[in-house]
Design a protein around this ligand. Sequence first.
Ligand code: URA
Length: 437
Amino acid sequence: MTEVDEVIHAVAVIASKRDGRELTDAQIAWVVDAYTRGEVAPEQMSSLLMAIFLRGMTRREIATWTRAMIDSGRRMDLSGLRRDARPLATVDKHSTGGVGDKITLPLTPLVASFGVAVPQLSGRGLGHTGGTLDKLESIPGWRADVSADDMIAQLEDVGAVVCAAGADLAPADRKLYALRDVTGTVETIPLLASSIMSKKIAEGTESLVLDVKFGSGAFLRDIDQSRLLAETMVELGSDAGVRTVALLTDMNTPLGLTVGNAVEVAESVEVLAGGGPDDVVELTLALAREMLDAVGLTAADPAEHLANGRAMDTWRTMIAAQGGDPDAALPVADHCDVVVAPADGVITVMDARAVGDAAWRLGAGRSRPGESVQSEAGVTIHAKPGDRVRAGEPLFTLHTQTPERFAGARAVLVDAVEVSAGGEPPARSLVLDRVSS
Ligand code: URA
């Protein structure tokens, strides 16, 4: 095909979707492959992504788009994992992203402590949602980059690995995600579902539990949209032979009492030590039960392994296997500032998006891929919805290495919390629904 043919071909694909037509399998396979190889220009793919955002895709189109993304790289095979000559079952968890969502940290070693392999390929934060790798990198010495051979060895020895996806795993997603992030095309079901599931299917896990979030701190605010996302991803996983279930969880309020990097690691270690905030423990256990069920360990009680130290032992081994020192002190910010309650009363709302933005503005997140983040930056929360506060009492402590960031963080927190003189808000469940095939 000449350069001119390719441009015409790309324009035809864009025009089809712009005009509300279904793309053919051949069009999708071609455009994803050609974009990955650099033959379709970023401005053309941007235009196509926006057309998809506005026009949507059928389930067939989403399935084909996902397959094209998987085919852009290699598909790992974890079926040969063995311990003591016995096959190891594999199960992974993926969250659609939230604020204070540190669940991967306690969950991975917890599930692995039952003799299951948990290959947790994770990402970095972009925008208001944090990234698991950024959080773990606040542990002195810990490395996110693990070769495929070392990943397999660690899964066989320790059972748990949390690391960056290799460059050859769904490379189309790497390019597409970076483009979506700067073109306002992240928050749409076809592109969210294909991005997440292409990586998870390519990773080679046998079973997958999805934490699909809705609410102000999630990519999709509306629960019905999130349910549709969950159904789409469960179908994509099941069709690819991955046993997949999804929990729909509330992300209107930050999870736990910390949002940032080192502060979230410290809170995760509290959970592994048998303590920690109730909501973090509840979600960790709910997801752990699903993961253990998925591999047939229906009688296992994950709460036991938080209480008896087995999960903590696996955490320490997992961190050390990647060069980290589990006993090292975590970095602490040089500068702190406090935001206080505006009035006496009960907190009825704490907007997760605003708290995530504040942590990002303090330096916990990045605005461009590749930017470095501050391990020390973040927010500590002193009271949550349902708690009674008095005017002037601390609501948040802000942490940063760069105090000029305080003003921006305080600005987004001004309207983040509602305090009511009336009674307590109705208790809300964290896990709203379960979607399976
Ligand atoms: N996480 C992903 O991997 N992809 C998205 O599109 C959003 C969150």
